[in-house]
Design a protein around this ligand. Structure first.
Ligand SMILES: [Fe+2]
Ligand SMILES: [Fe+2]
Length: 326
């Protein structure tokens, strides 16, 4: 099963590359993107270890100790990143080191989640919160693995992946905020739940668009997970490639608009928490953490928005040949 294909143009279903074919990015873009991702996510990973530790029962000393070691590991990687020369070779080694560290934190989050969902762990962390932060770690690792292996995702598929990931994350933040506010903060709880609903609606729309434009993701979903990445019998994967349509440009704008709204809401929440003007069990660092994630979401969504808009110009200028259009 080949999951990676060339960038597509409007209405043009790209051809399948030969097995294992990769596309190298240029060195400057590789270094810039490696820095951007590590600079944001390493701090987030360090904070995840702290949040898990704070939510553990005080007699879970082995899990507490393990969380402290992970905080130390990611603190060290952040210090190393600050000293790292902005050179391709340096980032190739560094990314590998981070990928190994992510393996450790993903295993740790998996252990905690398994104990929570089998009712073998107390404390104050919700299972969906641990799943949420494990998903953030899994996506960060995939981003680095793509960079290390020069794997490019077609722009329509990439846009939907970014949107579906961030819509779910932002909707869950809204749910977590609603749960952690004191119930007496009625208008703020209602406002958080409205955000969660609005994100959920957009996420369902994104899934509709995904099955229209990237049908192979639906077929992949029907495969048993143990077959993921294995060679498949003929017939599998025999579907049209990703299709970029103008509707995606408008959809990206809708996602950005809602994300801006929750970003502003989180900023106000952080100010209220810091000034002790709201009743909640949200630590200021958690409020700041989810605000930073909204800012990263906006950055990612704008980057992918520019990519799909550039394709739009190509089409409107009529520079793309007709035989690329169905
Ligand atoms: Fe996070
Ligand atoms: Fe998050």
């Amino acid at each position: 099963m080949d999951s990676y294909r060339h960038d597509s143009h409007y209405g043009h279903n790209e051809h399948k590359p030969s097995r294992g074919q990769h596309w190298q990015t240029d060195a400057g873009a590789f270094v810039r993107e490696s820095f951007r991702q590590n600079n944001f996510w390493l701090r987030i990973m360090q904070e995840h270890a702290l949040f898990i530790r704070l939510g553990l029962p005080c007699d879970e000393t082995a899990l507490i100790r393990e969380a402290e070691k992970l905080e130390e590991l990611f603190r060290g990687l952040r210090a190393e990143l600050r000293r790292l020369p902005h050179k391709e070779e340096a980032f190739r080694c560094f990314n590998d080191e981070v990928i190994r560290a992510l393996g450790k934190i993903i295993d740790y989050k998996s252990t905690v989640l398994k104990r929570l969902i089998t009712c073998n762990l107390g404390g104050s962390s919700l299972p969906l919160l641990i799943d949420h932060i494990r998903r953030e770690a899994i996506r960060f690792r995939v981003i680095l693995l793509r960079l290390q292996n020069g794997i490019k995702v077609p722009v329509a598929e990439q846009a939907l992946q970014e949107e579906i990931f961030w819509l779910r994350i932002m909707g869950e933040h809204a749910h977590f905020i609603a749960h952690l506010l004191d119930p007496s903060e009625r208008p703020l709880v209602s406002q958080s739940l409205r955000f969660a609903d609005n994100f959920e609606t957009l996420r369902l729309q994104a899934k509709d668009l995904e099955s229209m434009e990237v049908p192979r993701t639906f077929e992949n979903w029907l495969l048993p997970e143990k077959l993921a990445g294995c060679p498949l019998p003929p017939g599998f994967g025999d579907l049209p490639g990703p299709l970029l349509i103008p509707r995606l440009v408008r959809f990206n704008e809708e996602v950005i608009d809602l994300t801006k709204e929750i970003r502003d809401f989180k900023e106000v929440a952080l100010q209220l928490i810091e000034a002790c003007q709201v009743l909640s069990i949200i630590p200021p660092l958690l409020a700041d953490h989810v605000l930073r994630e909204a800012e990263m979401a906006l950055e990612d969504l704008r980057i992918v928005g520019r990519k799909i808009s550039n394709h739009d110009h190509l089409r409107q200028d009529g520079r793309e040949s007709k035989d690329h259009l169905n």
